[in-house]
Ligand binder design. Structure first.
Ligand code: ATP
Length: 235
């Protein structure tokens, strides 16, 4: 498997007044890798993702997506990225598949067969004609991931994808991430849940108060963690 760099972030910094949200963040994500961005609430994960997605302008730093400078050529850089960044919003009275059609429009359309493919990937085959208002939160989240996958992104960014879900819904999302990873999808997963990151990620970067406090192989870090009390939420 070719492991080239899908995402490279260096020196990424954002301040709000005197408050530092993200300070000098460096990330490198290779093709096919699942990287966890782990940290307690307020650590700066959402701000980091928002900068990568061009929603928040960095004070300093560089972001490269597949070799394209995302701070300069945002549209081109993001063409290969799929993301879910908060609780998904859908048209409740439209069916799942019609909501996907709406999302596809924003991407300039996708081939018709792609709808069936993404629905199958996220385990919603057979439910796609039902109104989204009848979907559980977990089903909506999986539909959102289906939407993010429509254009076959090289990089999938998931910000707290299990937020608000019950244990079964959370487990389904984790299974889905593992399945996508097994198919070679490159994923950046933001989470405050250590066990979630542990179950699905190859590597983890731990943020605290805007700064990287540890990074590396998940199991190695867990071993270290028994010695250094990192403040990361456990189940
Ligand atoms: P959460 O999981 O709660 O979203 P997080 O790790 O994603 O946490 P951020 O939301 O990125 O953390 O916030 C990092 C810091 O920056 C926090 O101290 C937050 O209060 C601050 N912050 C974030 N956005 C703004 C903003 N628009 N204005 C002022 N301060 C902000």
């Amino acid at each position: 498997r070719v492991l080239d760099t899908v995402l490279r972030v260096e020196g990424l910094t954002k301040r709000y007044g005197r408050r530092v949200a993200v300070q000098g963040l460096a990330l490198k994500l290779r093709r096919g890798e699942v990287l966890g961005l782990l940290g307690p609430n307020g650590a700066g994960k959402t701000t980091a993702i928002a900068m990568i997605l061009g929603l928040v302008r960095p004070d300093a730093g560089t972001i490269e997506i597949l070799g394209v400078d995302a701070t300069r050529e945002r549209e081109r850089a993001l063409r290969r990225v799929g993301a879910i960044i908060e609780s998904p919003s859908f048209y409740p009275y439209l069916s799942g598949i019609d909501n996907l059609r709406v999302l596809a429009l924003a991407r300039g359309g996708v081939p018709e067969r792609r709808f069936a493919e993404v629905l199958e990937l996220v385990g919603l085959t057979g439910r796609e004609r039902e109104r989204v208002s009848s979907y559980s939160l977990g089903m909506r989240q999986r539909l959102a991931i289906a939407g993010a996958l429509l254009h076959q992104p090289e990089l999938l960014i998931l910000d707290e994808p299990t937020n608000g879900l019950d244990p079964q819904g959370m487990a389904e999302i984790r299974q889905l991430i593992l399945r996508l990873a097994a198919e070679g999808q490159t994923i950046l997963l933001c989470s405050h849940l250590l066990y979630e990151v542990q179950q699905v990620c190859d590597r983890v970067v731990i943020l605290s108060q805007g700064q990287v406090v540890a990074e590396g192989d998940v199991e190695e870090l867990l071993a270290q963690r028994t010695r250094t009390a990192l403040r990361v939420d456990d189940p």
